[in-house]
Design a binder for this molecule. Structure first.
Ligand code: FAD
Ligand code: NAI
Length: 466
């Protein structure tokens, strides 16, 4: 007889593990199936956490090289990449083990193995030693995440032609790295390797980086990255990728019809990710996916089957860990008879480069397209005392507020600690704040967040410091 659960979650990433813990908190007998060997999914193992570790360390390395200019004399700053990678691995282990501890604490049953559907309520788990177990669930939640999109069906060898996974574990600093795709991964990992000494070139299909982001921010972002010595080849299509000896050759053509060939020792392909449902046996239970391979769900995360739900990267919406987590909590509460809910209008996005880029709500382009009248408030970090005090004056805060009601509709920040500052605006916008509400809120001095207050003042052209 197979063991029975109130809920089984397939996938132990931020969507799956958060959902499992919340279900257990709500008194449901819960199982989570994960085949990776560690919990935390893409995010903790090969995504958010290792990339942020390397972004931090590479930024420190870069800063340390300039210490002598500000009176801190250290001789002989050298990179020990092996040690840096070990530090990154330690952070990953600490966090993945932490999730395992949380499972124990909340009495979530953790099944190590690959899950697939036997029927609407039955899951087969195949462990790495080939052993098979079956468990039953009243409710089943698919949280199987995503994987890197391939280009021209080329396989990642994760040494010379790499996805983000390989780019997080290179054994030596590439002399030249070509990044295909100027999005989140390309710009974060490109920044890491550029700071560590690579000559980084980004090939982007469009005429701008970070598609979907407010154009003014995206343009400023590219300008700043260029100053950091990252080179951009825009409106450029990759025609062919070939391994040549130790190198990789990338043939391109641009919008003007010019053809080019780039040699590099590492090519990072970061052109997006796709939903992962391989070998889940969705056909068996007649569950449909959309044209992008994502599991189709309604607003309550329910598939065509009334006891099967899906959350996170495997369904539509931004592929972000916090989005997956919110969905995990919402679906757990829905299963427990509560009214779980995710506000998709207010999901922040952060790129952890230096400076950081953070955004929430509508972009100016979206407001124009939707014919919504808006006012703009802007404030440069150049005029922010904290930013000037520590010599990080790049970037600005941009607030978009409704023309007639003054309600804040979008906030876009490029600047120091933007990723932390955006949380203030997420809370404010959840409470329907106007720009005047922000402008009249006392912000501590000297802080970067004063730039938000000043941008809010600037919506009505009454900023003080610029
Ligand atoms: P995943 O995290 O992908 O987890 C799914 C899990 O399911 C995996 O562990 C997989 O092994 C398991 N699984 C799949 N199929 C089965 C099966 N049949 N049986 C058992 N287990 C299965 N997002 C942010 O918000 N901030 C960031 O800074 C950020 N940085 C990133 C950096 C990189 C390099 C990458 C690649 C991604 C980054 N992301 C970031 C995106 C973030 O990692 C994902 O949005 C998030 O992990 C999605 O969570 P999920 O639970 O839906 O899926
Ligand atoms: P992305 O969607 O962010 O960027 C892909 C880029 O590649 C786009 O600019 C696109 O125009 C370009 N592109 C697509 N096809 C191309 C082609 N054939 N040639 C050249 N350029 C091409 O995808 P990315 O960077 O792979 O990241 C995947 C997802 O992972 C992100 O969308 C994000 O959701 C998540 N992520 C989040 C991070 C964060 O929150 N800080 C960090 C890293 C990843």
């Amino acid at each position: 007889m197979s063991e029975k659960f109130d809920a089984i979650i397939i996938g132990g990433g931020p969507g799956g593990y958060v959902c499992a813990i919340r279900l257990a908190q709500l008194g449901k007998k819960t199982a989570c199936v994960e085949y990776r060997g560690t919990l935390g999914g893409t995010c903790l193992n090969i995504g958010c956490i290792p990339s942020k570790n390397l972004l931090n360390l590479s930024e420190n390395f870069q800063k340390a090289k300039n210490f002598s200019k500000v009176g801190i004399e250290i001789s002989d700053i050298k990179l020990n990449l092996d040690k840096m990678m070990k530090n990154k691995d330690k952070a990953v282990t600490l966090l993945t083990k932490g999730v395992e501890f949380l499972f124990k604490k909340n009495k979530v049953s953790y099944f190590k193995g690959f899950g697939s559907f036997v029927s609407d309520k039955k899951i087969k788990i195949k462990s790495s030693d080939g052993k098979e177990t079956e468990i039953e669930g009243e409710n089943i939640i698919i949280a199987t995440g995503s994987e890197p999109s391939k280009m021209q069906n080329i396989n990642f060898d994760e040494e010379r032609i790499v996805s983000s996974t390989g780019a997080l574990s290179l054994k030596k600093v590439p002399k030249k790295m070509i990044v295909i795709g100027g999005g989140y991964i390309g710009l974060e990992m490109g920044s890491v390797w550029s700071r560590l000494g690579s000559d980084v070139h980004v090939i982007e299909f469009l005429d701008h980086i970070t598609p979907g982001m407010d154009k003014e921010i995206s343009n400023e972002f590219m300008k700043i990255l260029k100053k950091q010595n990252i080179k951009f080849h825009m409106s450029t299509k990759v025609e062919k990728i070939t391994k040549k000896g130790e190198n990789v050759e990338i043939e391109t053509s641009n919008i003007k019809g010019e053809k080019n060939s780039h040699d590099c020792d590492v090519a990072l392909i970061s052109i997006g990710r796709k939903a992962f449902t391989d070998k889940l046996n969705l056909e068996k239970i007649k569950l449909k996916t959309d044209e992008k391979g994502r599991v189709k769900v309604d607003k309550n995360f329910k598939t065509d089957k009334k006891n099967i739900f899906a959350i996170g990267d495997v369904i539509q919406g931004p592929m972000l860990a916090h989005k997956a987590e919110e969905e995990g909590i919402a679906v757990a509460e829905i299963i427990a008879g509560q009214s779980g809910h995710v506000n998709y209008d207010l999901i922040p996005g952060v790129i952890y480069t230096s400076p950081e880029v953070a955004t929430i709500g509508k972009t100016e382009e979206q407001l124009k397209k939707q014919n919504i009248g808006y006012k703009i408030g802007k404030f440069p970090f150049m005029a922010n005392s904290r930013a000037k005090a520590i010599d990080e004056p790049e970037g600005f805060v941009k607030i978009l507020a409704d023309n007639s009601t003054d309600k804040v509709l979008g906030v876009h920040i490029i600047g120091p600690h933007a990723g932390e500052m955006i949380a203030e605006m997420a809370v404010a916008m959840e409470f329907g704040a106007s720009s005047e509400d922000i402008a009249r809120t006392c912000h501590a001095h000297p802080t970067f967040s004063e730039a938000i207050k000043e941008a809010a003042l600037s919506v009505d052209k009454r900023q003080i410091h610029s």
